[in-house]
Design a protein around this ligand. Structure first.
Ligand code: AMP
Length: 382
């Protein structure tokens, strides 16, 4: 994979595919992290290129109403402010080539507007990919969050010399560390479903010294061990899979020993019970489990966290997730947080600079760690 600082950008028109899919409510950007993270690459390209063209998707565009709500105009304004440089916003109705030629840096409208025309963007329409390629001399891909998706705007490396931006390089470098981590290495799996994690469990289990399973996932494992889990969330069809893992890796797998249970996820009260006395729905881990986890990871060199320990969105059940991140931010180990809800949980209870890496990748990070090819990155710089 060629990096953006390994390709000649001098006096070239450079198309950068960013991931500006930021949360927006009532015309206000709620979190501009993705825009801020793209600045390093954009500033670097601006130093050398003659013209810079930025493209991104925003939201899902299925109807005309979606289109009205998801213009990138407001993102373009924020980018201009962050760069302290005017970024010209260009819709598809304008003469795009003259827009490019008359401005140092432009941002095109939401790529997914083309989804209203036979799903051309999300369906990776080749003519649309060629159209993007026709606008520039070089393609820089910096949208790690969509690198697992084949879309018209993520596949432009088919038709232009290309390189990966700094954000993508950083994700790949940091996540790759998990393929050969310093030991002891522990993985903490939480969140809702065993079925979502099978690929990653099989890829990383042999490299790890222990696997801690919390969140709803734990109840499918506990059921496999013959424990009555009451009304807790269980994926019955995965009980045999969990039983297999327990038989094969028994000593490595650490499960909760006490939990907080309640009638449902919206409850405002909870009861602490031992794992053998569950009668309701398990929604968080208890203090003995937190201590057990702490004892296990305290001397680790690397920890990968994938998923929260409980229904942390409800403050009644945030205890375990909050405690876990408190332990992790003070531990002398490389902590990598990635996938699912673990990133929002980490940022809710801690801050990014406390960890070795917080992946912005979501699904892309998990597919990369499962060892799958990421189509948007596969041919970069070939
Ligand atoms: P994931 O996207 O796989 O990381 O799953 C995150 C979701 O799992 C969050 O919305 C949590 O509320 C939910 N979750 C965590 N623990 C439990 C639990 N014990 N029971 C039900 N849902 C849970």
């Amino acid at each position: 994979m060629k990096r953006v600082n390994e390709i000649d950008l001098n006096n070239k028109k450079v198309l950068i595919r960013c991931d500006f899919n930021v949360p927006i409510k009532d015309g206000v950007i709620l979190d501009d992290t993705r825009i801020v993270k793209s600045l390093e690459t954009i500033k670097y390209v601006l130093k050398y290129a003659s013209n810079v063209i930025i493209i991104s998707h925003l939201g899902r565009i299925k109807t005309y109403e979606d289109k009205m709500k998801n213009s990138l105009g407001i993102v373009c304004e924020r980018l201009s402010n962050l760069l302290s440089e005017k970024v010209k916003f260009c819709t598809y109705e304008e003469d795009i080539n003259s827009c490019i030629n008359n401005n140092k840096i432009i941002m095109l409208e939401n790529t997914r507007f083309f989804d209203l025309d036979n799903n051309k963007e999300s369906g990776a329409d080749d003519e649309l990919t060629k159209f993007y390629a026709s606008l520039a001399d070089i393609y820089v891909f910096d949208a790690f969050g969509v690198s697992h998706r084949e879309a018209a705007s993520t596949m432009v490396s088919k038709y232009l010399p290309s390189a990966a931006g700094f954000l993508v390089c950083n994700e790949i470098d940091k996540l790759s560390y998990l393929f050969n981590p310093d030991r002891p290495f522990t993985i903490i799996f939480g969140g809702s479903k065993v079925s979502d994690k099978i690929g990653i469990i099989s890829k990383l289990i042999d490299k790890s010294d222990s696997i801690i399973v919390v969140g709803a996932m734990a109840y499918t494992f506990l059921k496999a061990k013959g424990i009555d889990v009451g009304n807790s969330l269980v994926e019955d069809e995965y009980v045999p899979y969990c039983l297999d893992l327990i038989r094969k890796y028994g000593d490595k797998i650490i499960l909760p020993i006490d939990i907080y249970e309640a009638d449902n996820i919206n409850s405002t009260d909870k009861t602490l019970v031992d794992i053998n006395n569950i009668t309701k729905m398990g929604l968080d881990i208890g203090p003995k489990t937190v201590d057990l986890i702490k004892d296990n990871i305290i001397k680790n060199k690397c920890i990968f966290v994938n998923g929260p320990a409980g229904v942390y969105e409800n403050s009644t059940f945030e205890y375990g997730t909050k405690e876990l991140f408190k332990i992790l931010e003070n531990i002398d180990a490389k902590v990598i947080v990635g996938g699912g809800d673990s990133v929002s949980a980490a940022l809710k209870y801690s801050s990014e600079n406390k960890f070795y890496h917080i992946s912005t990748g979501g699904g892309a990070a998990l597919e990369f760690l499962e060892g799958r090819d990421l189509p948007a990155i596969k041919n970069i710089g070939e």
